[in-house]
Design a protein around this ligand. Structure first.
Ligand SMILES: Cc1cc2nc3c(=O)[nH]c(=O)nc-3n(C[C@H](O)[C@H](O)[C@H](O)COP(=O)(O)OP(=O)(O)OC[C@H]3O[C@@H](n4cnc5c(N)ncnc54)[C@H](O)[C@@H]3O)c2cc1C
Length: 392
């Protein structure tokens, strides 16, 4: 008999976990601070999430289909199509407006038998398996924090560790009148590099797109959100071309996206999942995939209840997240773009397969997969490309 589970956060991670557990007869309560889902970040999905959507019957039919990703730098651009991924399972994904996506997750969890209580977790007494909340004390057999990147339970228990290198901030909004330019195929995400940062353009159809800027600490953009946003766009010929004539239709959201993880993802009476366990820089749109994959694995470990299952879950989850973490260092070192923009005659055939497999989120398969090999070899390959360019 699996004890009842109290999950903090009815985002994609919390709802996926709740759905998996409730469908197996576990009593699940989701505690959620916000009654109406909002237009938060996390809008570009990876093909790696597809099998989980399918398994849970999550309806993606009305979302814009994403076939690939375009990367631009100083007027040069390159497109990667998911069809080039190593695994034929990972060929397309979706762009989602989170207010719609998150509501659908809540509906799925409710249909599976979860209960949603609206209120905020304020504190925890883990040995007593009790949360202090705005709705009073709540007790359960196990408490799971899926409350996002504030990582409040991990911090409260002293498990949160900030990444020494990735301390970025971001500004996001939505625009209309955004133009899709070659080599983009409708639905692709576009990433435009700027000095010490990058811009995302995530299309929702009809010229409406989520547009945002991520800034590393060395980024020199200053001023109000509006001023920094405008200066970032102006500094990228690629973004300027796509946003010429576009207008902003949402207020700016200011975000810190400090990468952080937890020394442990579980302990006596508690577990951490999704961003609440580990949050990685968003350049490869990996957040929702990691949260959903983590939720599926955590549900399986809780349901099997065997000693060591939670340790195995944590190891597998960390390992997959670790593949992205490695490549993110290569991104900020410039190696990713060096390889991506390398002339075709210099690129080896496995360059693109490795890059696309990473972009597709193929990070959880064991063995020498194209993603893992690329994550390990990217700096060496980029060095070879630079040397060949210098010798040319
Ligand atoms: C700038 C930026 C861009 C990003 N872009 C992408 C992208 O394109 N693709 C992608 O996959 N990911 C992206 N991410 C990451 C993505 O937003 C997250 O990984 C994803 O939303 C994690 O889902 P989650 O369910 O774990 O947490 P969340 O989506 O944050 O959900 C947490 C839920 O918990 C609730 N909650 C929080 N605290 C409490 C509390 N104390 N009590 C009760 N409820 C609480 C919240 O209201 C929320 O509903 C981006 C992140 C950033 C910062």
């Amino acid at each position: 008999m699996i004890p009842d589970v109290l999950v903090v956060g009815a985002g994609p991670t919390g709802c996926a976990l709740g759905t998996y557990l409730a469908r197996k007869g576990v009593s699940v309560t989701l505690l959620e601070a916000v009654e109406r889902p909002e237009s938060v970040v996390g809008e570009s999905m990876l093909p790696g999430s597809g099998p989980i959507f399918e398994e849970l019957g999550f309806d993606t039919s009305d979302f814009v289909v994403k076939h690939g990703a375009v990367f631009c730098q100083g007027g040069e651009s390159v497109r990667f199509d998911f069809k080039e991924a190593e695994s034929p399972k990972f060929t397309s994904a979706w762009q989602v407006q989170r207010e719609v996506f998150d509501l659908r997750w809540r509906e799925l969890a409710l249909a599976a038998g979860c209960r949603i209580v609206y209120g905020k977790a304020l504190g925890a007494d883990i040995p007593a398996r009790t949360l202090q909340t705005t709705e009073g004390a709540m007790t359960a057999g196990r408490i799971v924090d899926a409350g996002g990147r504030s990582m409040w339970l991990s911090s409260h228990l002293g498990h949160r560790v900030a990444d020494p290198r990735l301390k970025n901030s971001a500004i996001g909004t939505r625009c209309r009148g955004v133009t899709a330019l070659s080599p983009e195929v409708p639905g692709d995400i576009t990433i435009c590099c700027i000095d010490n940062g990058w811009i995302w353009i995530i299309p929702f159809g009809g010229g409406v797109a989520s547009v945002g800027v991520v800034m590393a600490p060395a980024c020199t953009l200053r001023g109000t959100a509006e001023e920094r946003f405008a200066a970032a766009i102006a500094s990228s010929p690629d973004a300027t071309a796509r946003l010429a004539g576009a207008e902003r239709i949402f207020p700016f959201r200011g975000l810190t996206d400090f990468t952080a993880t937890s020394t442990t993802f579980h302990g006596e009476g508690f577990a951490l999942c999704g961003d609440a366990a580990t949050f990685i820089d968003p350049v490869f749109s990996s957040g929702v995939l990691l949260g959903l994959h983590g939720a599926r694995g955590l549900a399986a470990a809780l349901l099997s209840g065997g000693a060591g299952d939670l340790d195995a879950w944590q190891a597998e989850y960390r390992d997959g997240a670790g593949v992205f973490r490695k490549v993110i260092d290569h991104w900020y070192a410039g190696d990713f773009m060096t390889l991506a923009l390398a002339p075709r005659e210099v690129q080896k055939p496995y360059f693109r397969r490795g890059i696309v497999s990473l972009l597709a989120g193929d990070v959880f398969r064991a063995g020498p997969t194209a993603s893992r090999l690329m994550a390990d070899r990217m700096p060496t390959l980029a060095h070879a490309v630079r040397s060949s360019a210098a010798g040319a």
